[in-house]
Write a protein that binds this ligand. Sequence first.
Ligand code: C2E
Ligand code: CA
Ligand code: CA
Ligand code: CA
Length: 278
Amino acid sequence: TKQNGGKNYTIYDYHLGRKFQDNNELEEELIRAIKDQIISPYFQPKLELSSGKLIGCESLARWQRTNSDYIGPDLFIEIAEKKHRINELSKSLFLETFKSISEMGLSKDFVTSVNVSAMVLLDDNFQNNFIEYITQSGLALNQIEIEITESCLIEDFEKVKSTLSSLRNKGIRIAIDDFGTGFASLNYLTQLDVDTIKIDKSFIGQLDNQVKSNRVIVESIINMSHKLGYKVVAEGVETCNQLKILKSLNCDFIQGYLISKPLNNFYFKSFMNEFDFT
Ligand code: C2E
Ligand code: CA
Ligand code: CA
Ligand code: CA
C-alpha cells in the first residue's frame, strides 16, 4: 500500500474487506476516534545488552476499537495522513506519552522514543509545539528521542535536515527507523547528525536461519554505525538465539517480543518495576 506515496490505500484484510466495502466508513470512525482520544500510546521497552537494563521505550499507537477487528497503526496512521488528521492524532499521542512516562518516575536517563511521520515533522509549528509538550510534562528534552523513517528524508531533505539539527541542538535525540529498507540511505545518513540507528526487524527475523548474508548485513550495519558514532537498536528480537548473535556483534540495544510486546500504561509500569534480566 506504500507504493503510491500514501495518497491512497487498499484494505486487503479479509475481515476488513467484508466490513468496509466503503473506506469512508472506516475513515469516519477513525476521525471520531481521534476526536474522542481513544487512540492511546502503548510502550515497548528497550534493553541495553551490556547491562541487561531497560534503558528506554518506544511509544506505539493503539486504537481501542470495542467489538471490532484490530487495526494496526500502519494502516490508521496512513488514513490519518490522507484525511489531514495526523497532526491532531500525533499531538494527543505525544501529550499522553509524555504525561504517562513522566508520572512513572523512571530514571533521569530513561529515553522515550516517539514515531514522527514526515508530514508532522515538516509542519511549521512542530518544533515549538513539541518542545512545549515535553517541557510541560516535566520531562527533560534529552529524555525524548524522535524516530524518523528513511523515507521521511526524501520528502524535503533540506528542511528535514535543518529541523532535525535544531531539535538535536536542544538535546532531543534522533533515530533513523527501519534502517536498511529505504533508498539512498547512506548518502543521506552521512549528511545528518543522528544518535541512533534502528535495524529493521526484517533483518533480525532472518538472523536465525543459516543464510550467512543476513548476519553479514547486520554486522556491517552495526560496525558502520559505530564508526560513525551512532548507537544501534535491533528491533523485532524474538528469540534468545537472536539476542546472542546480536550481543556477539556488539549491538547496543534490543527491542522485541523476547523482552516484551508493547504494553499499556498500567502494564508497562508494573513491567518496569518487576523486570529482572538474568
Ligand atoms: P515501527 O516504528 O517500525 O514499529 C515497530 C513495529 O514492530 C511495531 O508494530 C511493533 O509492535 C512491532 N514489533 C515489536 N517487537 C516485535 C517483534 O518482536 N516481532 C514482530 N514481528 N514485531 C514486533 P506496530 O505497533 O503495529 O506499528 C507499526 C508501525 O506503525 C510502526 O513501525 C510505525 O511506523 C507506525 N506507528 C506506530 N505508532 C505510531 C505513532 O504513534 N506515530 C506514527 N507516526 N507512526 C506510528
Ligand atoms: Ca519506530
Ligand atoms: Ca522500525
Ligand atoms: Ca516499520
